[in-house]
Each structure stands twice: as C-alpha cells, then as structure tokens.
Design a protein around this ligand. Structure first.
Ligand code: SF4
Length: 530
C-alpha cells in the first residue's frame, strides 16, 4: 500500500497519528500529499516545519503537486524581506529611504513561485503578501517559531479560527513533542527597577544574586504565580509577561550563571492546544523510536504510532556504524590530556582511512569541547581542506563551501552536535561519506535539566529518559541521518566514539540499531573502514 494512502486511512480512524521514518524517507512529500487530499475533501491544513529552508522546500513540493495556488508560505518578515527587515519600523525606514521600492499594499493574488525575490520583483512585498494569503488559502506552511513565539502563535490561531475542518501536520516533531522551551535574559538593572516598584519576586532574586558567583547555571526561583510577577509590575518588560501567558508557570524558573539572570520556561500547552483545536493531527519525525513513543502521550493520549523502520536493502549494505565500546567520555575525564590525545588519534585515523574524494564530519558533544580540542591541536594539520563550523550565522555559506570541496577532494568539517549541519541539511552523493561522533551528546547536567526531568516524571513519561536520553538519541539519529542519501551508490561510515551508543542502542530506531557493529578501539585502528 502506498504510504500516503496508508497514513490517510489511519487519519480517518485516529485523531493523532505519529509517523516515524528514517531520514530521507520522504516524510516532507507525505506531508504535502496528505494536505492536498485533506483539502480536496473540504478541509484546511496547517503544516509546521522546523526552519525557513524546510518551509521553502515544502512550498516547492506543493508547487510540484499542483497546489501552490492553494498554499500560503507564512514566514516572519526577516525571512521573506529581501533586505532582512526585522520589524515594521525597519521596514518603514527602508521604504522611506527609497531602498525598498515596494509601493503597493500587497493585493491578495495567487502566486506560482516559492522564491520571495520573484514576488518582490513583481513590485510586491513578499511578507505582506504571504500574511494576506495565509488568511485566504486553505493550506498554510509555517515554522516551529510560530509555536514558541506568543505573537506568532496568536497569528496562527487567528487563521485557524476561521477554518471548519483543520488538520495540523507537524514535521520534525521530535523538536516540539517534549515541550517548547524558551529563555530570555533579564538585566540586573531591570530587576532593580521592578524591585523599586514593589515587586517582591524581583527582590528575592536580587537577594540571591548579590555576591554570588555559581560555577554553573543554578535555579534562583522556580515556584511562583503570575500574580507574584504582576505585583508592582509597571516596569516589567512586556516580553516577560507574554512568555508567562503563553507558557504558563508549570515549568518556569529564574536561573543565574554568574553573569545573567534568565527566565526559562518549558511548556506543552501550545502544542496540546493546537492539537485540541484540530480535527486531526499528523506528527512526522525520524527520531522517536518505538521505545520513546510514550513521550508523545504527553501531548495527546489518543495517539497512534507507526514506524517505517527498515532501510532499503541496497542502503543497508553500504551503511555501517562502528561503536567503540571500550571508551566513555565523561565530564570528568574528557578534558584530560590522554583523552584529548585519543580523540586526536582517532580523528587522524578516520581521515587517513577515508577515500581520496568525499566529505567527512567530526561532531563534538559541545562547542566548548570542540574549542578545547581545536586550541590543543589547531587544525588544519591533516593536509586536506578543513572547515570549522562554530557560528550558525555562517553555517549556510560554510556548508556550501564544504560540499563543493568534498565533491572533488577529501574534505573535513569539525563541528558540534547541535549545530545546523546536524539536522535538516541534505548531503548528496559524496558530499558526506563519513561521520565521527566524539562522546555521547547528553545535554549538560544542570539544575534546569533536573527541573524538567522532575516535570516529565510527574507526567509519567520518564524523567531522565525524556530530559536527557531522548535529546541525545535524537541528536545522534539526526546527525547519522545526514549519511542516508545516495547510499545505493556510495559506501558511508559512522564511528561513534563512546560505549553508551551501544548501551542505549535499544532506544534507537531499528534501522540504526541494526547497522551498529560494536568493537574495541584497537580493533578499529586495524580496520579498513570504507
Ligand atoms: S515592504 Fe516588504 S520588502 Fe520592503 S522593506 Fe518592508 S518587509 Fe521588506
């Protein structure tokens, strides 16, 4: 049975369906095909994906299946404006200065392109047009930012309020199923102003901060009501109030790392609310294996889980994941010289054993650890093109250069697990043929992390499992997923340098667990990896 028919049939009987399928399976096309059918039967569909690039790709697929004229691409002003105007004030300045020559208030006309520049070249503002169309067309594509930002979320709800038969499709849903998270910084001077206006909570925070320099981020206050904040709150920033109204105070805390006080919040409320408002919901992901599927019960108890767990045979033959099962990188040992030397030896071996053409990526568990390694061993020392990706602002440019180089010669990228390469970027042919992951990418233990774990435990979905293990496995799946393109033509290898990848393999999707070969470090060094 065709996967679209299968999923659509499931949606007839079930309120919420979660489809877990390996990266590269074509979930994005499933999203568009389901939205198209739903609309043909008189419904409206909201498709939410992770980033602007993925939203534009969805729009392209909509164009290919002939529903672009029924689809609005709802993105923020900065994402659509050719001058990256980030708010209406900046937009006005660009207009007044003559830089932007858009004159017309965008008429609601259908468009056939997914490129904002094409719209601009027709004399229209891509942002204004997309906002207008989102209120008129039955299919809307937006990003996860529309769930986490209070103002953007209310835009979505306003649109959906006029729909009769809404379907919501959340792509890359592993990013939102354990809840949405946000944080904002609050200056000490701001807190002092609030305290002067009689706010007791601000006073409490200031008392705790004075003269205190913690070694790592700590929680100052975690239990408070919105009323505690509203007392004497004339000086409060609107953003703090907005966040608390959007997220609630179930899991909110003021934290301090010795420099900055932050308000951190985690909430399942916006996702639950969106699903409740929808007639049906389809969640798409590659990272929620069967063992983690219970986490999704936190957003809907009537969820039906379905998995596409096997890679095509020709893919399986060309994909091997080596887990080094006699090494573990902990917070205590990983900065020791012996361990850094070991990392350097394995990287060198990994590079030397790779074929003469193709891209290799080395992922460190955190940016700090990556910097520590680079400071000690300062690449490039391997005599091949080497890219260090630290800053996500330059990621697109750097990834393009890396890909181009990898198409003609052996090329390496040094980066860290949570950066933009790790998720959503496609590497075709030999653009990426090998991945080395140093250490197991557990989120750093922190008081905020433990607060989240306690909350998940209360919900009955496992504290450590949801707050720590799930993000680590999810990151691993996404990183290794970058290797799953064109496997029928190229052999691709992953080396996972930490025994915990083997220990927790049962939490991985089946296609990944079955690709794992556990070996010792000395055995690895004798292998011809490719
Ligand atoms: S009118 Fe549109 S295109 Fe022109 S500056 Fe404003 S947001 Fe950008």
């Amino acid at each position: 049975m065709d996967i679209n028919d299968y999923v659509y049939a499931l949606l007839r009987d079930r309120k919420v369906v979660l489809l877990n399928a390996y990266p590269g399976f074509g979930k994005t096309r499933v999203a568009i095909n389901i939205a198209k059918r739903w609309n043909e039967e008189g419904g409206e569909a909201l498709i939410i994906t992770r980033s602007r690039a993925e939203a534009i790709q969805l729009c392209e697929f909509a164009r290919q299946v002939g529903i672009r004229d029924r689809t609005a691409l709802l993105l923020g002003r900065e994402s659509l404006c050719p001058f990256n105007a980030h708010d209406s004030k900046q937009c006005l300045l660009y207009r007044l200065s003559g830089l932007c020559k858009v004159r017309t208030r965008a008429p609601a006309k259908s468009i056939t392109t997914c490129n904002p520049i094409d719209v601009f070249n027709e004399g229209l503002c891509p942002y204004e047009l997309s906002e207008a169309l989102a209120h008129q067309l039955p299919i809307v594509i937006a990003t996860h930012a529309y769930l986490s930002g209070p103002e953007l979320y209310s835009k979505l709800i306003n649109i959906m309020n006029n729909w009769h038969k809404p379907l919501v499709i959340i792509d890359e849903s592993h990013n939102v199923i354990p809840g949405l998270e946000t944080s904002i910084s609050i200056g000490i001077d701001e807190l002092e102003r609030w305290a002067l206006h009689g706010n007791k909570l601000a006073r409490r925070i200031l008392e705790k901060v004075r003269g205190y320099v913690p070694q790592r981020e700590v929680i100052l206050v975690s239990k408070f009501d919105i009323d505690d904040l509203l007392t004497g709150s004339e000086a409060f920033s609107d953003r703090v109030i907005e966040i608390l109204m959007h997220y609630g105070t179930d899991v909110c805390a003021f934290t301090y790392d010795g420099k900055v006080v932050r308000l951190r919040c985690l909430s399942l409320r916006p996702i639950r609310d969106l699903i409740t408002r929808s007639e049906k919901a389809l969640l798409l992901t590659a990272s929620i294996s069967r063992r983690f599927s219970h986490i999704a019960n936190a957003i809907s108890s009537s969820l039906h889980y379905v998995a596409v767990d096997s890679l095509p045979r020709e893919f399986r033959e060309n994909f091997t994941v080596y887990v080094i099962n006699d090494v573990e990188f902990t917070h205590r040992n990983r900065l020791l010289k012996d361990y850094l030397d070991l990392v350097n030896t394995v990287i060198k071996f990994f590079i030397e054993s790779a074929p003469p053409v193709g891209g290799l990526a080395v992922f460190f568990p955190s940016i700090e650890y990556m910097d520590m390694y680079i400071n000690n061993y300062s690449p490039p020392i391997w005599g091949i093109p080497t890219f260090v990706l630290r800053d996500s602002d330059v990621a697109v440019k750097l990834i393009d250069e890396f890909r181009e180089s990898a198409r003609s010669t052996k090329t390496v990228m040094i980066t860290y697990a949570q950066n933009p390469v790790g998720e959503g970027v496609n590497f075709l042919e030999q653009e990426l043929i090998g991945v080395l992951m140093v250490g197991f990418p557990l989120p750093q233990y922190s008081q905020w992390g433990f607060l989240k774990a306690r909350y998940y435990k209360k919900l009955g979905i496992g504290g450590f499992t949801t707050a720590f293990l799930f993000p680590a496995i999810s990151t691993t799946v996404q990183v290794l997923g970058r290797l799953l393109r064109d496997l029928d033509r190229h052999r691709k290898i992953a080396v996972l340098l930490d025994r915990r990848y083997y220990q927790y393999r049962r939490f991985m999707p089946r296609w990944l667990a079955l690709s794992i070969r556990a070996i010792g470090l000395s055995q690895l060094m004798k292998l011809n990896l490719w």
